[in-house]
Design a protein around this ligand. Structure first.
Ligand SMILES: NC(=O)c1ccc[n+]([C@@H]2O[C@H](COP(=O)([O-])OP(=O)(O)OC[C@H]3O[C@@H](n4cnc5c(N)ncnc54)[C@H](O)[C@@H]3O)[C@@H](O)[C@H]2O)c1
Length: 288
């Protein structure tokens, strides 16, 4: 059984809501905080919808649904974090906002509580400076993948001061909630996003060169490589603007091999951001 009896999630958005759900589905009480009660409740609704999808697919027992949802508590303040054993931060990808949130929750949480960030592009070591010195050994990254209720991978990323004991505990927590953790260094893009974006950039280059259409490349990756979804269909879910933001960061750190392709910039300039805007690499306007 996990050493975590109660967890706290900061940010009730796309990631935070489903991260919280994974704790509740394991029978662990979880607090989910956003800026306002309305946003926190929206996160609860998001979690409930994800749970319903799992029930429909036969991946979660309907009779446990109510009990699971009762383990989740929405809040707009840090009060309920005083007795949590594990905090996961999933607020917007902004260094200052994340550091402010960590500094606030650091004042409330027990000294032994572990802190984790779900950042996809910021340095774990830099974020750790937001908390008091005694907690820096208990601070690390846990990078989940979307949709969290389905994707099993978590990259566990120790910062410079993270203790081995904290890494061990975080790995155990991930396993307890049904995830498969891998240990990765605190570098830009960690491991999986580096691989993903390298492939996406090459896929875009193929389209620019007229090698194949996005549709055919997606078919190739699904049927030839065994990927469950093709690169262009996945970019349309992630959104092209987020993809561009991440590639700008990777480009700065790793140089020309991650230079965003002109065709991606054009998509963003045109507002063809993906499913959310009705158009991306594919046209969804008549499919709604
Ligand atoms: N979307 C993805 O596929 C993905 C994958 C892996 C990691 N991430 C990372 O997860 C984090 C969250 O991403 P998301 O897609 O869920 O974003 P999102 O915009 O859907 O949700 C972020 C939430 O944080 C809330 N928030 C902002 N400041 C807050 C504060 N001080 N306290 C509490 N809540 C606050 C916002 O109101 C919002 O509801 C980001 O760091 C992102 O880089 C995202």
């Amino acid at each position: 059984m996990s050493e975590v009896k109660k967890a706290g999630v900061l940010g009730a958005g796309m990631m935070g809501a489903e991260i919280a759900l994974c704790f509740a589905m394991t029978g662990i009480e979880v607090v989910i905080k956003d800026i306002t009660m309305d946003l926190a409740k929206r996160g609860m609704e998001r979690a409930e919808k994800a749970l319903e999808r799992l029930v429909k697919k036969g991946q979660f027992d309907d009779s446990n649904k109510k009990k699971t949802l009762l383990l989740m508590h929405a809040t707009d303040n840090y009060g309920l974090f005083s007795d949590v054993d594990f905090v996961i931060e999933a607020v917007v990808e902004d260094l200052k906002i994340k550091k402010d949130a960590f500094a606030e929750v650091d004042k409330i949480c027990k000294p032994e509580c572990l802190f984790a960030t779900n950042t996809s592009s910021l340095r774990v070591t830099a974020l750790a400076t937001a908390v008091s010195e005694h907690r820096r050994g208990k601070f690390l990254g846990t990078h989940f993948f979307s949709p969290v209720s389905i994707m099993r991978l978590v990259e566990v990323i120790p910062g410079l001061e993270t203790t081995e004991e904290s890494v061990r505990k975080a790995i155990e927590v991930c396993r307890t909630i049904g995830k498969v953790p891998i240990r990765v260094k605190d570098v830009a893009g960690f491991a999986v996003n580096r691989l993903l974006h390298a492939m996406w950039i090459e896929a875009e280059r193929c389209v620019e060169e007229g090698v194949a259409t996005p549709e055919d490349i997606d078919t190739g990756c699904r049927l030839g490589l065994g990927h469950p979804i093709g690169p262009f269909a996945l970019m349309d879910i992630v959104t092209n603007n987020l993809t561009l933001d991440i590639q700008e960061i990777l480009h700065k750190v790793y140089g020309p091999r991650f230079m965003p392709r002109p065709i991606l910039r054009q998509k963003v300039d045109a507002g063809h951001l993906g499913r959310r805007t009705g158009r991306g690499w594919y046209d969804y306007r008549n499919k709604k």
